[in-house]
Ligand binder design. Structure first.
Ligand SMILES: [Zn+2]
Ligand SMILES: [Zn+2]
Length: 231
């Protein structure tokens, strides 16, 4: 059997045109041709190399900046602002709990829409940078749902992956967080991942599904920081 070869546009090496050597790409504009296998123009090796370089350059820089930001903030604004922040987050927690109750009893569409907005506002993950990096690493720096590599996401959306709540109203820590591209994140909307990510979804992949489940059930525990384990 003669295997078709594909030339990587970065390193110019030729490899078998398969998902062993290239990432699978889903063209969102042509949902009907979703079965057509599209491959990235860079080979996997080149993606991994550029990822390493990016991390070396940017993550360190980013961490430094973040550290400095917090230092400056502490020095400049002191205890007062931290108290205000604590009050704010407590208030929002109460509001969230209240609306959650309403949500469960409501059949009304309008109410649901309003709740969604409020909920969105208060639905912020509480995850350390290093936890988030480990999480992305676990999913091979690809969207946990559709498998889009992070480099392509950065190019198209100019942003990091979304810290996706697998269970919509679930925990805000690593136990409920998976990396998702902008597209999957907005399509999934307020559903829980099992409702949206199943055989009816054109981006569904059984291996990725199992990986998500494994992460949510047990594997996140390996990466969650010590302090949070007993929370
Ligand atoms: Zn290459
Ligand atoms: Zn995706």
């Amino acid at each position: 059997m003669i295997e078709e070869l594909r030339k990587c546009t970065k390193c110019k090496n030729s490899y078998p045109a398969s998902i062993d050597y290239f990432y699978k790409l889903i063209n969102r504009n042509k949902k009907k041709n979703i079965n057509e296998l599209k491959l990235t123009s860079w080979c996997k090796t080149c993606f991994i190399e550029s990822r390493k370089e990016f991390q070396k350059k940017n993550y360190n820089e980013g961490d430094q900046k973040l550290k400095k930001y917090h230092q400056d903030r502490r020095i400049e604004k002191g205890e007062q602002i931290r108290k205000r922040e604590r009050d704010y987050s407590r208030q929002h927690k109460e509001m969230r709990a209240e609306y959650q109750k309403l949500w469960q009893n409501s059949q009304n569409g309008k109410m649901k829409a309003r709740l969604y907005m409020l909920n969105r506002e208060n639905k912020k993950h509480d995850i350390k940078n290093e936890e988030w990096n480990k999480c992305k690493e676990y999913f091979d720096y690809c969207c946990a749902y559709c498998g889009m590599p992070i480099e392509i996401h950065r190019k198209r959306i100019k942003k990091d992956f979304a810290r996706e709540h697998a269970i919509n109203l679930g925990a805000n820590d690593l136990s409920n967080c998976i990396p998702s591209c902008f597209y999957c994140n907005s399509e999934k909307n307020i559903s829980d991942y099992t409702e949206w990510y199943n055989e009816n979804n054109c981006y569904y992949d059984v291996n990725r599904y199992q990986r998500i489940t494994k992460w949510l059930e047990t594997d996140f525990k390996k990466y969650i920081s010590e302090k949070r384990k007993d929370l």
